[in-house]
Design a binder for this molecule. Structure first.
Ligand code: NAG
Ligand code: NAG
Ligand code: NAG
Ligand code: NAG
Ligand code: NAG
Length: 458
């Protein structure tokens, strides 16, 4: 039951076989789709394991590799993408009941499509969000394990409900889409992930609202003395990758996130390429890409323009390679803040190469809270162009969000920070306003550092 019957309703569909394991899992959906008259290629699939592939000319039921074509099918976003050697198994979310009219809640259809994609035995299974729809889903975790090679391909628009008022009360407000426990998964496409973040940015608790109210002299909308108002403040990260490895994210446009656009934690071997991330300059906490507890990360060829850190690198990040990235408007590329609440923090081997940072308050920043432990080392900034940036490079070991931070004696050790050529032979005179004062600087490593176990990482 189920899969074979469902195919009867698919419009202009040829059929690919995605291996076994789908049988009995996908739900039959009753809503006939436009067109009707799907076709079912016989043979194989003795357990009814067929699932749909998108439009190919109806006559094509050969064993040739399917080359997806317009008008309704998958169009590879990147013409350079080689045709898959094997026939890709494409599961269009519409085949699982998704409507894509911009208002219908398509969450259930996406869950069913994911379940089928994850159960597929094919070496290249594609969950397709087609280009002619705007799909709305609520907080969803797409979890594995699934067979490596799974592609979540967004050509249309994918978005959450609009703002906190429309968020289902039972849904997590800290994250929207989570990819978890996956190996060898790709998120890509020529489409847009639209965060609909504005109503989250305007929550009474957000500092952005205070700044704006002060600018417009509208004191009725803020707390006493320019403070923020109380109230729920949690806002979702748009796309979170958790406990996964061998991930690729490429080609998408991702915009207006309620909070971080991307967050990778507990991952390894991540490649981000060709993303366009965009949010307004005054959108609070909308970091472009946040990485923590993640190793071997490449972030290449991307443009990020937003209201907070362009890329932020948190504790437990090792071997992060950032190349050909353009950052605008926000707070630049940031390592930290590290060591908050006296925690141990370690970051090593971060390279930023061929980057452009413009119209930003900061360029490259390492910020550690005092009282923390651990170390930041092996940081290279090479060929970074800054235009209209207020603070180009900041190493701040006294990071503090308000003015009431206590003085503490431990700190995260920051070492081996270099440009292409490390700075040498710098002469400072007492007349220069330096922080800390020049008398605090010393040659070499302090004895206390050399064998302090608090500063050891791994
Ligand atoms: C506002 O600031 C004034 C002057 O600094 C202070 O006396 C007053 O207690 C503050 N009010 C609140 C509610 O914090
Ligand atoms: C960075 O850009 C240059 C010039 O477009 C290109 O040759 C190079 O391959 C890019 N680097 C990466 C890691 O993609
Ligand atoms: C940083 O990179 C160097 C050179 O590749 C390597 O020897 C070192 O182990 C790395 N450090 C960490 C903490 O990964
Ligand atoms: C911390 O130490 C600095 C420098 O000694 C001093 O100026 C500042 O007042 C101290 N702050 C607190 C909160 O004790
Ligand atoms: C350091 O800079 C001074 C002043 O520019 C120069 O005279 C001196 O040769 C430099 N020393 C080295 C080791 O480069």
């Amino acid at each position: 039951m189920g899969v074979a019957i469902r195919l009867l309703f698919l419009p202009l569909m040829a059929v690919a076989f995605c291996g076994s394991g789908v049988s009995g899992r996908s739900h039959f959906h009753k809503k006939p789709l436009r067109g009707g008259g799907g076709r079912h290629r016989g043979g194989g699939g003795k357990e009814g394991s067929a699932v749909s592939s998108p439009a190919v000319p109806p006559a094509d039921d050969s064993t040739q590799p399917v080359t997806p074509q317009p008008p309704t099918g998958i169009v590879p976003s990147d013409p350079a993408t080689p045709v898959q050697p094997a026939e890709p198994c494409v599961l269009d979310v519409r085949a699982y009941g998704a409507v894509g009219d911009g208002t219908t809640d398509d969450t259930q259809a996406f869950r069913e499509a994911w379940k089928a994609a994850c159960a597929s035995d094919s070496d290249s299974t594609v969950l397709l969000v087609p280009s002619d729809g705007t799909f709305t889903i609520t907080t969803t975790t797409f979890s594995g394990p699934c067979k490596p090679g799974l592609v979540f391909h967004v050509d249309g628009v994918l978005m959450p409900p609009d703002g906190p008022d429309c968020w289902p009360p039972s849904d997590n407000r800290r994250q929207w889409i989570v990819f978890s426990n996956l190996d060898g998964m790709t998120l890509r496409g020529a489409g847009t992930i639209e965060g609909n973040g504005e109503d989250w940015w305007n929550l009474p608790c957000k500092p952005h609202r205070v700044r704006r109210a002060l600018a417009f002299q509208d004191l009725s909308r803020i707390g006493p003395n320019g403070s923020t108002l109380r109230g729920p403040c949690d806002s979702p990260t748009l796309l979170r990758f958790f406990m996964s490895r061998n991930l690729v994210v490429e080609g998408l446009r991702v915009e207006n996130s309620p909070e971080f656009h991307f967050r990778f934690d507990g991952c390894s071997d991540v490649r981000v390429d060709g993303l366009y991330i965009s949010s307004p300059a005054n959108s609070p906490n909308t970091d472009g890409i946040h990485v923590e507890n993640t190793e071997r990360v490449a972030i290449y060829n991307s443009r990020i323009s937003n209201g907070d850190d362009c890329i932020s690198i948190g504790t437990g990040s090792y071997d992060v390679d950032i190349q050909n990235v353009t950052c605008g408007l926000g707070h630049g590329i940031s390592i930290g803040s590290l060591g908050v609440h006296n925690s141990q923090a370690c970051v090593a081997n971060v390279t930023v190469r061929n980057a452009v940072i413009r119209n930003s308050d900061n360029g490259l920043r390492i910020k550690t809270w005092q009282g923390g432990m651990g170390s930041v080392s092996g940081i290279t900034f090479d060929t970074v162009v800054m235009e209209n940036v207020r603070n180009c490079i900041i190493v701040d070991q006294y990071y503090c969000l308000d003015k009431r931070c206590m003085n503490q004696s431990t700190a995260v050790h920051v070492a081996d920070v270099s440009d292409t050529v490390p700075c040498t032979n710098i002469t400072m005179s007492e007349q220069t306003p330096t922080i800390p004062p020049v008398t605090c600087l010393q040659d070499g490593l302090p004895d206390a550092l050399l064998d302090n176990p608090d500063l050891k990482c791994r």
